[in-house]
Design a protein around this ligand. Structure first.
Ligand SMILES: Nc1ncnc2c1ncn2[C@@H]1O[C@H](COP(=O)(O)OP(=O)(O)O)[C@@H](O)[C@H]1O
Ligand SMILES: [Mg+2]
Length: 330
């Protein structure tokens, strides 16, 4: 296995709201490896974005990390002060968000924004910064970097704006990229191109990527490993191929079977998962999927949710009664 670049250990992040404590991230652990993409998947509200924001210490009020560690080399990021963390975010860990235009400065040209991040962090002349910025813009798949450089954010299409965001995020060759639904706001054709370019950058620099998405098609296309999140917890992890072919947690199984499929007859309704996700306020210690789970056994009602345990080689599930596959052990 490739080197571990970032290790998230028992991370807990809560929002302290007037309605109660929202346990958005509830004892989450995973590793990011050099040159690999881990997809964090799950329904809306599962806590995916909160995981990303907690790692880089950008959780909005009233959110707070209340437990766990985020190990990045020798450092535990949860212990860094604001200034040290700003340095890490600028240079070593980059974030790409869903809304590219909102992430850009409206009053600066594209070129100025890419050059700014370079001159802020590296000791280079403005001529050199300009050359570098053109090179980076070209690397992110923008056809005419010179022309794009002189434009302002409002003059960009959504796809171009997201490529510019990626250029800014990757300008300093970060070791980690956290991409939160980076293409959800874009056309499917534009999506594919951007994800390919991100993968190309990853191949070139060995970047570790945390790809946050609710789109299983994107996971299948771009991720190496996946972690399935439900109600603030990770219920299953493994390499994408294994999890897709033999999901172990009943929630993963339901999620994979609720995908729209091309071979379904038109007039048949798409399968959906019965019931709704629980409120994250004052969650009980039992498995949060219990009320919706068709495979629940008595232990699930009387004991806390089990930890992630090995279900097959390279695959772990947090379940007392994991899904059995007919070719298991074959
Ligand atoms: N600023 C906030 N204040 C209070 N609750 C929040 C805030 N942001 C997110 N949450 C809650 O945290 C939970 C996880 O949200 P989020 O991390 O955005 O999930 P996802 O990205 O998987 O859709 C949800 O219940 C959401 O309502
Ligand atoms: Mg989100």
């Amino acid at each position: 296995m490739a080197d571990t670049v970032l290790r998230v250990e028992n991370l807990q992040a809560y929002f302290f709201t007037a309605e109660g404590t929202v346990k958005a991230v509830n004892d989450v652990s995973f590793d990011l490896h050099e040159g690999r993409t881990l997809a964090l998947v799950g329904e809306s509200g599962a806590g995916k974005t909160s995981v990303g924001l907690a790692i880089v210490k950008l959780l909005p009020h009233p959110g707070r990390v209340v437990g766990g560690r985020v190990l990045f080399g020798e450092r535990d990021l949860t212990r860094l002060g604001p200034e040290e963390m700003r340095q890490v975010r600028g240079r070593e860990i980059a974030m790409i968000f869903q809304d590219p235009v909102g992430g850009l400065n409206p009053v600066l040209s594209v070129g100025a924004q890419v050059q700014e991040i370079i001159t802020t962090h590296l000791d280079v002349s403005s001529g050199e910064a300009r050359q570098r910025s053109l090179r980076i813009l070209a690397q992110t798949g923008l056809a005419d970097p010179e022309a794009v450089s002189s434009r302002y954010p409002f003059q960009l299409s959504g796809g171009m704006a997201q490529r510019v965001m990626i250029a800014i995020a990757t300008a300093l060759n970060p070791r980690v990229i956290i991409a939160d639904e980076p293409t959800s706001a874009l056309d499917v054709t534009v999506q594919a191109g951007i994800l390919e370019d991100l993968q190309e950058l990853q191949r070139r620099h060995g970047t570790a990527i945390l790809l946050i998405t609710h789109d299983l098609g994107i996971v299948a296309q771009t991720a190496d490993d996946m972690a399935v999140m439900y109600a603030g917890r990770i219920v299953e992890t493994g390499d994408v191929r294994s999890v897709f072919s033999r999901p172990r947690h009943p929630y993963t199984w339901a999620l994979l079977n609720s995908r729209p499929r091309l071979d379904l007859e038109r007039d048949k309704p798409l399968p959906t998962i019965a019931g709704t996700p629980p409120s994250l306020v004052d969650l009980p210690p039992e498995c949060p999927y219990l009320p919706r789970c068709p495979k629940a056994v008595s232990r699930c009602r009387t004991e806390p949710m089990p930890p992630l345990t090995e279900a097959a080689a390279g695959q772990r599930a947090a379940c007392y009664n994991p899904v059995f596959h007919h070719d298991d052990g074959a």
